[in-house]
Design a protein around this ligand. Structure first.
Ligand SMILES: [Zn+2]
Length: 212
């Protein structure tokens, strides 16, 4: 894909995240990696209005190469994730309301409550509060990444998901928020039943063989 197409993808998925209410106000940031370059959303913008011309190009140290506005203040987090995970080429950080309520209460999501969430989200890493935008915040992702996590719940803040491409990252965000919303609703009834671990393992095995 060309640079222009990849920037268009960043803008398109940022708009989708905002339009689906998966982030708030000017919150959240998204990026795609293309070899040594990162295309990232600018700081302080309402994602609904983004076009490919607004997407900023930064190098692997976060220095701006191209673009009018300033790159997202969370670029250190994006750089850290790309550095640590060679399989990751797209990242979405957002503040979806139900998943963020789990971040605020810092409760674990019942990831085995749904087959899809077990398949797509597990293992989730829960990161204790760090000041957004700082190097400490970025560094806090290292351990979870090494352990294979690509989904992060950030205490008193929001969530970050990473994927091999932007579609995969986006689907993780949707699956995460769906699980969080269904969990909150389920708690209003009798509580949450999770699928037993052996049945989840059987499903993942079955899914991987079926391949769709
Ligand atoms: Zn944030």
């Amino acid at each position: 894909m060309s640079e222009s197409q990849l920037k268009k993808q960043v803008a398109l998925f940022a708009k989708l995240v905002w339009d689906r209410k998966l982030t708030d106000g000017t919150g959240g940031n998204m990026s795609i990696r293309n070899k040594d370059k990162i295309y990232i959303t600018p700081t302080s913008t309402i994602k609904h209005f983004l076009t490919e011309n607004d997407i900023i190009t930064v190098d692997k140290n976060g220095n701006k190469i191209e673009g009018e506005k300033e790159p997202s203040s969370e670029r250190r987090m994006h750089i850290k994730i790309y550095e640590k995970a060679s399989d990751v080429n797209a990242i979405i950080h957002a503040h979806p309301r139900y998943a963020t309520s789990f971040a605020v209460t810092f409760q674990k999501l019942p990831v085995y409550a749904l087959p899809e969430s077990a398949l797509v989200l597990d293992p989730i890493t829960y990161i204790e509060y760090q000041m957004p935008g700082t190097q400490e915040f970025a560094d806090a992702f290292a351990k979870g990444l090494e352990e294979g996590s690509r989904v992060f719940v950030l205490q008193n803040h929001g969530v970050t998901v990473a994927g091999k491409d932007i579609e995969e990252a986006y689907m993780k965000l949707e699956t995460l928020e769906f699980l969080a919303e269904v969990s909150v609703i389920s708690k209003l009834y009798s509580g949450i039943n999770e699928i037993p671990t052996e049945k989840i393992k059987a499903f993942i095995e079955f899914f991987n063989k079926r391949g769709d």
